[in-house]
Design a protein around this ligand. Structure first.
Ligand code: HEC
Ligand code: HEC
Ligand code: HEC
Ligand code: HEC
Length: 114
């Protein structure tokens, strides 16, 4: 019989935030997969401009709400940090790979509880 081993790779989860790990699966694609149109983020038609953090927050709430969702995140809660309320795009990028604003100074390997 064929044996299939599945393991959870914490480093892989962190790698999702690096370079081109999720090449065809960027933020906008993942929203589309949830049934959200371009216009849910972009006010103008056709989309042409950057999406403001306030627009993200109409659905996702403020940083206090986000911090609640990621409260169990290790080694610390990325939505509650000493940089204050950053633009979402400092980490979540619309149409390209995510990045981590903390990486400039720290080498956290974030993992998400599942
Ligand atoms: C989750 C929200 C979201 C959705 C949904 C989304 N976008 Fe975007 N889009 C962004 C963000 C954020 C930026 C700004 C990128 C940046 O600041 O680097 C952007 C920028 C753009 C730009 C401007 C080019 C640029 O890089 O500045 C175009 C054009 C665009 N999007 C087209 C689209 C189209 C077409 C769709 C639907 C298929 C779409 N977007 C869906 C978030 C979204
Ligand atoms: C019209 C409502 C809406 C807007 C506007 C919106 N989102 Fe979302 N977003 C959702 C929904 C619905 C989901 C899926 C359920 C969830 O995780 O909340 C989601 C999921 C996410 C996720 C986690 C899931 C994943 O696969 O990445 C992130 C990160 C995210 N959004 C960031 C953003 C950012 C950044 C913006 C602004 C550029 C934004 N969202 C704008 C509704 C929205
Ligand atoms: C300093 C970096 C950083 C900033 C700034 C940031 N996030 Fe996140 N966010 C993350 C990381 C890391 C995760 C967990 C891994 C992932 O899903 O990419 C995450 C996860 C999320 C999730 C999914 C939470 C869950 O329950 O799984 C949502 C929704 C989200 N972010 C929305 C936002 C919105 C909206 C903003 C702006 C108001 C924002 N984030 C700003 C780094 C950041
Ligand atoms: C411009 C540089 C810089 C950036 C960017 C930065 N930090 Fe820090 N951070 C520091 C310094 C300096 C300290 C204090 C010295 C120390 O304890 O390492 C610190 C301390 C911390 C600490 C407490 C000490 C520890 O290492 O556990 C946490 C937690 C932390 N930062 C989280 C973050 C998170 C999350 C981000 C991204 C949202 C971030 N930092 C972005 C410079 C930075």
């Amino acid at each position: 019989m064929k044996k299939l081993s599945i393991f959870f790779c914490a480093a892989c989860a962190a790698a999702m935030l690096s370079a081109s790990a999720m090449a065809a699966d960027f933020l906008a694609d993942r929203h589309a997969a949830k049934g959200l149109a371009c216009s849910s983020c972009h006010k103008e038609t056709p989309p042409a401009k950057r999406v403001k953090t306030e627009q993200c927050q109409t659905c996702h709430g403020d940083y206090a709400a986000l911090a609640k969702r990621t409260a169990k995140m290790q080694p610390n809660n990325v939505h509650e940090n000493h940089l204050g309320d950053l633009d979402c795009r400092e980490c979540h990028q619309g149409h390209k790979a995510d990045k981590l604003a903390c990486a400039e100074c720290h080498q956290f390997k974030f993992t998400m509880p599942k």
